[in-house]
Design a protein around this ligand. Structure first.
Ligand SMILES: [Zn+2]
Ligand SMILES: [Zn+2]
Length: 367
């Protein structure tokens, strides 16, 4: 009986393979068509009611399993704003099917390399794939210097491609970004840098000494407020930006873990690593101090990103937020690359399951 079933199965399989072989051209054509028809993710531009967030990078300069360094996409009123674009960010945006030629503006928080490594591919890719207007890059003083340098570095590429493609030649100014530098007056800490169609974005000085200036950004739309911290220690200067935020996308540093690791590093002869760890503690946001400040400021949802040390396994992930829930009573999430959320839906933090960098442990609450 079993043998008969096996024969029947083999025959069936043989027939199926024969049919596939006879129709191979049609099948290949259909696969090509399906691939060509894979469109971009329109949800960020179609949704004009909500503020939506894609975490496109959760890493830091530390070599880690994170797919990308600093990168946060926020959409409001159907426009997409990108905050920082570290190494791997463009790849991560592509994995989430974000049409990079349609970004409204880029906002750089500061010029540590893990926040702007991918600026060049972002500008270049947008130009090649059909962007019609030059990309505006907002950032602290220094933005022009960086964009001028990139324009010089990419001048040859621009020339070659323009010579080959008439549409690129017509749009050759799009090959380079437009710098918009934020300059603060005496005693000024916050400046409105975007105000259009109900969306406002303020640049605000944060505390990341010796990096000066270092900026955070506050986006408001339809009564919702999002604070993107950039790199900052926990400081009273950030309080107003955090106050009553529906969502704070905040850098995070598990200092209790780093402090515990330093003596072990020294024991193992890893003196360089120990020194780096010691030097980075003071200018990043210690998780416990951050939990206290977020609670005091009335933050509804605290989303941790720029994760140090990177919680790339179950044990580190469990330890990462230890003690925070004692002080912060709102929603707490440890971000992952590819995570999407709608601001206001506090429990809704679905991870884009197509994103390959997703860690195996899908415990998003992080508590
Ligand atoms: Zn950084
Ligand atoms: Zn930094």
């Amino acid at each position: 009986m079993i043998r008969k079933s096996v024969y029947a199965l083999i025959t069936l399989l043989g027939v199926a393979l024969l049919v596939a072989w006879l129709n191979r051209d049609a099948l290949v054509d259909r696969a090509i068509q399906a691939r060509l028809q894979q469109g971009p993710d329109e949800s960020f531009t179609d949704d004009k009611q909500h503020v939506r967030v894609l975490i496109c990078g959760t890493g830091s300069p530390e070599v880690s399993a994170a797919a990308a360094q600093a990168c946060t996409l926020v959409s409001a009123g159907g426009k997409m704003f990108l905050f920082d674009v570290g190494d791997g960010a463009v790849h991560s945006l592509a994995q989430s099917k974000i049409p990079v030629d349609r970004l409204e503006r880029i906002f750089i928080t500061h010029f540590h390399s893990d926040h702007f490594h991918d600026l060049a591919p972002l500008i270049n890719t947008g130009w090649i794939w059909g962007r019609k207007t030059p990309l505006e890059v907002q950032g602290p003083v220094g933005t022009k210097q960086v964009l001028d340098g990139l324009a010089q570095a990419y001048a040859l590429d621009e020339g070659y491609r323009s010579a080959n493609m008439p549409h690129l030649k017509k749009n050759r100014s799009v090959a380079f970004g437009v710098p918009l530098e934020v300059e603060f007056g005496e005693g000024q800490r916050t400046i409105r840098v975007y105000n259009k169609d109900g969306v406002t974005i303020d640049a605000t000085l944060v505390a990341h000494d010796p990096v000066q200036p270092a900026l955070g950004y506050v986006l408001r739309y339809k009564g919702k407020k999002v604070f993107v911290s950039g790199d900052t220690e926990v400081s009273p200067v950030n309080f107003e930006a955090m106050r009553d935020a529906d969502l704070a996308v905040h850098e995070s540093y598990a200092a209790h873990m780093v402090r515990r690791a330093i003596p072990q590093m020294k024991k193992l002869g890893m003196h360089f690593e120990a020194e780096v760890a010691e030097r980075t503690i003071p200018y990043h946001a210690d998780n416990i101090a951050l939990a206290k400040q977020a609670q005091e400021a009335g933050v509804k949802h605290l989303l941790l990103t720029h994760l140090i040390p990177y919680p790339d396994n179950f044990v580190v992930r469990r330890m990462y937020t230890a003690g925070m829930a004692e002080y912060f009573k709102g929603e707490l999430t440890v971000a992952q690359d590819g995570m999407v959320l709608v601001v206001g839906d506090q429990r809704a933090s679905p991870v884009n399951d197509k994103h390959p960098s997703r860690p195996p442990n899908n415990d998003e609450s992080g508590r």
